[in-house]
Design a protein around this ligand. Structure first.
Ligand code: ARG
Length: 763
């Protein structure tokens, strides 16, 4: 029987193929033209594919940088002015802060170039080109080749290709694998080592909401900071700061739009997402859920509590530990959210169902079994083995290396190897020592020995207690036999006698390093015991499983793609340049709870709490908000916009990425994800996953009105080119944004759908 509203049903069916949904995907810019451009145009993009990515002419990609390997930034002026997140510039801000001149707390904007602050070690990478080199990397590599042999061949080719692409040190280059080793890509960058801090709002703005609001929407954080990239007089990269350097002239910088955002507006995010594991099998998810994450959460919880106690007791310690605290706390909360989400969304069950259907597909054709038949059973087997040793490896990272004294002792490893060799090469030794100078100075500046000793006692105690006895390093026997099992007593011994905890003693050692001194140092001995245990006992066991897992994963991903040929997969994030696109879009967080797509300064006033350091609002900001002194940055509602959300697919590493409208103008800066979609790195849920962005108008307001640095705004290309292109809110039917031309029809249809018989008609 035809459903009553069959015409309506037909219309919907006809529209569906056109209605490319806001979907998963961190796309390689190289393939935008072929894979995404048509779909992007339907959502509101007005640019050509070449205006987005072109290796011969200036394109959007030339305005995007990878900052320090961990964040993204974008050029907003022809003078190398770069915008990123506050939390990306946090470490730089902290390192230039003292209790007397606390720019982290007070904010800071350079009044002129002389006031910009240089940051040794910080660099930006700008992509020159990327290239699919799969055929060259895999040439002659047969599926039958033993995994070890395959890896050796591939690694060698990767290195050779990268080496050639560097053109005698002119570029930074590497080859990365995608889709679990089924594809390979070459990336070539220019690296600029002179990156100076230009400004940031006060921490109370840049980190407003603190850890409480972190990973959450609705948000009221002005999470931005500014830097300037410097180059030689002929616009070439330099390895570090030079007084003779001048501002870099990027091939492209982003115009900044005052238009603001509306629901349904097109939005794309260009940046360097760090890591996703969307192809992680159910057994891997299960291991994360019940073993890795609980261990990480417990160990970080312990460390953070100690750091917080000491920070609360002493402002000097607070300043020293602010940046370390923020970064450990960020992923501590992430792991908690990820586990909560996995349970609520039944992520493991979903993956199991997907694998069951894949197994059926493989079994359905005898030709598939010899190719893929092995994959799923091998995965299960490998994870069973890995599970036995996984805790050891988590505790090495989060417990042993969670203590600063062990992590710092590990830096002496290259020296140790040289001193142990039959002949010590003087020049190599001198170089190894010289290489330690900068990181060590950086470390001691922010080190508090008594705090670290408490951390050591607590974390090493948990290590001894939680890891299977037979897997523990020898050092724990020493604690047992010589210190009566008291970790506190052992810590007394280590911290009183090691030179690693003291800058002066470390320098004395480095002035005249001997093997005997190093081998006798209690911190180094502790480190060595952990290291030897890990590399000689744990790792070899894990590696055997790991290598069969690598092979199985590769086959598993290949099988998935062969099965679902209608689906265009994007590769997992791996810190390479990607583009994601979607629209400005609200969401329903859970039953009966829906979230608007934007926030305003009204919310800052509502959240303000002078008794809670996370929610203090600077007096000047409160006054400006009260006076409604928003200037040209007010929204149509007369409010000051602060943040908005889009359904762009992003992850850590995208922090600081530009949110760009359909005309290629900057409308916001991405800075976070939302709590309801914390499983996003493992499995993407289009209904829940949102990208949280600071509205560019709030950024400009903070610089000009709050920071009194109008000259920085004036350096940008501020434009007001009429409403943003996009499909509009009416076009969202069941969460599917539709092409602009269809909006009218759908409007009518939607009204009908609201009537009682609507669902019956589609069934
Ligand atoms: N969750 C954000 C990210 O990983 C970092 C936010 C920083 N803010 C904070 N309160 N810790 O990109």
């Amino acid at each position: 029987m035809l459903p009553k509203n069959w015409a309506k049903a037909l219309l919907l069916v006809m529209l569906l193929p056109l209605a490319a949904r806001a979907d998963e995907g961190m796309w390689l810019p190289l393939f935008v033209k072929r894979l995404n451009h048509a779909d992007m145009q339907k959502k509101g993009l007005k640019l050509t594919a070449e205006e987005i990515y072109d290796i011969n002419n200036a394109s959007l990609k030339d305005a995007i940088v990878q900052l320090g390997g961990f964040c993204t930034g974008e050029f907003v002026s022809g003078q190398g002015l770069m915008l990123t997140n506050h939390h990306c510039g946090y470490d730089a801000l902290q390192s230039h802060s003292t209790p007397q001149n606390n720019i982290l707390q007070n904010g800071f904007f350079a009044a002129n170039p002389a006031e910009e602050k240089s940051n040794p070690g910080l660099f930006v990478d700008i992509l020159v080109r990327m290239e699919d080199v799969t055929a060259r990397v895999l040439e002659g590599v047969t599926p039958q080749a033993p995994e070890q042999e395959r890896m050796t061949t591939i690694r060698k080719r990767q290195q050779e290709m990268a080496e050639a692409a560097k053109e005698n040190g002119q570029y930074v280059a590497y080859v990365r694998d995608m889709f679990g080793g089924n594809e390979y890509y070459l990336f070539v960058y220019q690296r600029f080592g002179d990156v100076r801090l230009v400004g940031a709002p006060p921490e109370a703005v840049g980190k407003f909401g603190g850890d409480t609001d972190n990973w959450m929407w609705p948000r009221h954080t002005g999470d931005f900071s500014m830097f300037r990239v410097y180059a030689s007089k002929d616009n070439k990269p330099t390895a570090g700061y030079s007084a003779s350097n001048v501002p870099y002239h990027p091939k492209k910088h982003l115009p900044v739009s005052l238009q603001g955002v509306n629901e349904g507006d097109f939005a794309m995010v260009f940046g360097f997402p760090g890591r996703t594991q969307r192809f992680l099998p159910a057994a891997g998810l299960q291991l994360t859920l019940d073993q890795s994450n609980p261990a990480r959460i417990k160990l970080r919880d312990t460390r953070l509590k100690i750091w917080k106690e000491d920070s609360d007791a002493d402002p000097t310690v607070r300043l020293k530990y602010a940046s370390k605290y923020a970064s450990i706390a960020n992923y501590w909360k992430y792991f908690i959210g990820q586990n909560e989400g996995m349970k609520r969304l039944k992520t493991v069950d979903q993956k199991k169902a997907e694998e069951a259907s894949l197994a059926q597909w493989i079994a359905a054709d005898p030709a598939r079994t010899p190719v893929y038949g092995d994959a799923l059973p091998a995965i299960t087997q490998a994870y069973t083995g890995i599970r036995e040793y996984n805790l050891s490896s988590q505790y090495v990272n989060e417990a042993a290396f969670g203590t600063e004294i062990i992590a710092t002792a590990s830096r002496l490893m290259p020296l140790y190897t040289m001193l142990k060799a039959p002949q010590v090469e003087k020049t190599a030794l001198d170089k190894a020592i010289a290489d330690l100078k900068e990181p060590l100075a950086d470390f001691y500046k922010d080190y508090n020995l008594s705090t670290d000793k408490k951390v050591f006692t607590a974390l090493m105690q948990l290590y001894a207690q939680d890891v299977p006895k037979e897997q523990l390093p020898d050092v724990f026997q020493t604690v047992q036999k010589q210190y009566g099992g008291s970790m506190a007593k052992y810590a007394d011994y280590v911290y009183a006698n090691s030179f690693v905890g003291s800058e002066a003693k470390m320098n004395a050692f480095l002035a005249n390093p001997t093997l005997a001194k190093l081998e006798a140092d209690p911190a180094f001995k502790t480190y060595l015991s952990v290291y030897n245990n890990y590399t000689q006992t744990i790792l070899p066991k894990m590696q055997a499983y790991q290598s069969s897992l690598t092979r199985a994963n590769r086959l598993y991903v290949a099988a998935l793609r062969a099965k679902n040929t209608q689906k265009v997969y994007s590769p997992d994030a791996n810190s390479t340049l990607r583009l994601s696109y979607g629209t400005v879009r609200p969401y329903q967080g859970r039953d009966a709870v829906s979230f608007d797509y934007k926030t305003t300064a009204q919310g800052i006033v509502e959240k303000e709490d002078p008794t809670n350091p996370e929610f203090v609002v600077p007096t000047k900001e409160l006054q400006l908000i009260k006076a409604k002194d928003f200037g040209r940055y007010a929204g149509k509602d007369g409010q000051l916009p602060v943040a908005f959300i889009t359904d762009n697919d992003i992850t850590g590493g995208n922090s600081g990425s530009p949110v760009i409208n359909g005309r290629g103008e900057l409308i916001g800066v991405a800075f976070d994800g939302n709590w309801e979609a914390m499983t996003g790195d493992l499995a993407y849920d289009p209904e829940l996953k949102r990208c949280i962005n600071v509205d560019i108008r709030y950024v400009l307001w903070c610089i000009e009105k709050l920071g009194g640095a109008k000259h920085i705004v004036d350096e940008m290309t501020v434009v007001n080119n009429g409403p943003n292109p996009g499909v509009g809110p009416q076009a969202q039917v069941n969460g599917l944004p539709l092409p602009a031309g269809e909006v009218k029809k759908i409007k009518v249809k939607r009204k009908k759908k609201d009537t009682a018989d609507a669902s019956a008609s589609v069934n």
